[in-house]
Design a binder for this molecule. Structure first.
Ligand SMILES: NC(=O)c1ccc[n+]([C@@H]2O[C@H](COP(=O)([O-])OP(=O)(O)OC[C@H]3O[C@@H](n4cnc5c(N)ncnc54)[C@H](OP(=O)(O)O)[C@@H]3O)[C@@H](O)[C@H]2O)c1
Length: 344
């Protein structure tokens, strides 16, 4: 029998991606959809401005939008695609009432007792769930996935830790869907690049240290690396592209880095897990958002243009689908891992 799931913020950019990815999910079935108060009591298809595929999936079309209240939630797992300020207020109410909350929002990501997880990177950080329940007295709990730019970056950094990674510099070219719906005004972004995304650089510089840190039984000890980011919005619909300079404490060859990328294995028996976590392209002009964002059903990260720029510095490009691997797909993979590990 399938587990029942709810989506909070179901009408937004990430919420729509959740509905699309959950529609044919082998383990999960959508039972509850919630958004802002004005939508309560109306059917999902009447309220959503559906933009992620040609039609609203059959299973969600006629669901009546429920009030944002745990009392109205009929689900085993609650996926949250709420703006951070709303999530800060709403998510603890659901966790307090015994729900498992898998959140995309940044509100709780960096709190000491909240797991920030990428299944291929730090699955053991789920052990923070017990710490969180004990500290907060909740029956349920909150587990988060990283910012959409952080996740592509960290998937590539994880295998590099073994090579003596110590410093990372990243310049991003981020897609429009990362700003939600309706997002950036067309007159601001057409024929343009916007060299500032509020709060983004801070997230990309801090989240990797927690993700790559070690769980010591009570908390995560941050990784001893330094990340410096410059983030930019570009006129691409989906797919964040990142230029990354990785500096090591020793001399490193491109072949070492390629071998390390290829050593990062997908998790077995999870429906959303891709066949390959990192795909290395050898062409001079890849990865590209339009060509590579759907690799591994949007769950793979595609890297290319590897170059040794100093004895201990390798430059490469990484690309991933920001609303799939960077958001809804990331939360769903976390939920699948929690099911497999017996947390749900
Ligand atoms: N877009 C990405 O690539 C991405 C990636 C990673 C993480 N995230 C994070 O995911 C979250 C959602 O992002 P998004 O891009 O999907 O944003 P969005 O398109 O603006 O969608 C926001 C959703 O939240 C609902 N909402 C807004 N205010 C609310 C309120 N006061 N009460 C109840 N519901 C409310 C909206 O409902 P109405 O339609 O009814 O207003 C809508 O369903 C954010 O925290 C974001 O930072 C986004």
């Amino acid at each position: 029998m399938k587990l029942k799931v709810a989506v909070l913020g179901a009408t937004g950019m990430v919420g729509q991606k959740f509905v699309q990815l959950l529609a044919d999910h082998p383990w999960f079935k959508i039972t509850t959809l919630m958004a802002s108060e004005r939508r309560v009591g109306k059917r999902y298809r009447e309220e959503v401005n559906w933009i992620v595929s040609s039609d609203v999936p059959e299973c969600a079309r006629d669901i009546e939008m429920a009030p944002m209240d745990p009392k109205h939630c009929d689900a085993d797992i609650v996926f949250s695609a709420l703006p951070s300020d709303v999530a800060r207020d709403v998510e603890p109410k659901f966790a307090g009432e015994g729900f498992v909350v898998a959140s995309n929002a940044s509100a709780f990501r960096m709190e000491e007792d909240v797991p920030l997880v990428i299944p291929e990177v730090n699955p053991d950080h789920l052990k923070l769930i017990e710490v969180q329940r004990r500290k907060r007295g909740w029956d349920g709990f909150i587990v988060t996935n990283p910012n959409c730019t952080t996740i592509m970056l960290v998937l590539t950094l994880k295998p590099l830790m073994e090579l003596g990674l110590r410093r990372v510099t990243v310049a991003t070219m981020q897609a429009l869907s990362g700003a939600g719906y309706p997002g950036v005004p067309s007159l601001a972004i057409t024929d343009n690049v916007i060299p500032f995304i509020k709060g983004e650089e801070e997230k990309v510089e801090s989240e990797p240290l927690k993700l790559l840190g070690k769980f010591d039984g009570e908390k995560v000890v941050p990784a001893g690396i330094k990340v410096s980011a410059s983030c930019h919005r570009v006129p691409v619909i989906d797919g964040h592209l990142e230029a990354i300079w990785a500096e090591f404490d020793r001399s490193v060859e491109v072949e070492d880095v390629v071998r390390a990328f290829e050593s990062l294995k997908p998790l077995k028996d999870l429906p959303t897990s891709p066949e390959k976590v990192i795909i290395v392209r050898n062409e001079a002009d890849r990865p590209q958002p339009r060509l590579d964002r759907d690799a591994g059903n949007g769950m793979s990260v595609v890297v290319g243009r590897l170059k040794k720029v100093e004895d201990n510095v390798i430059r490469y490009l990484a690309l991933g689908h920001n609303t799939v691997r960077g958001a809804a797909g990331a939360s769903i993979l976390n939920a699948e891992l929690m099911v497999k590990e017996g947390y749900i």
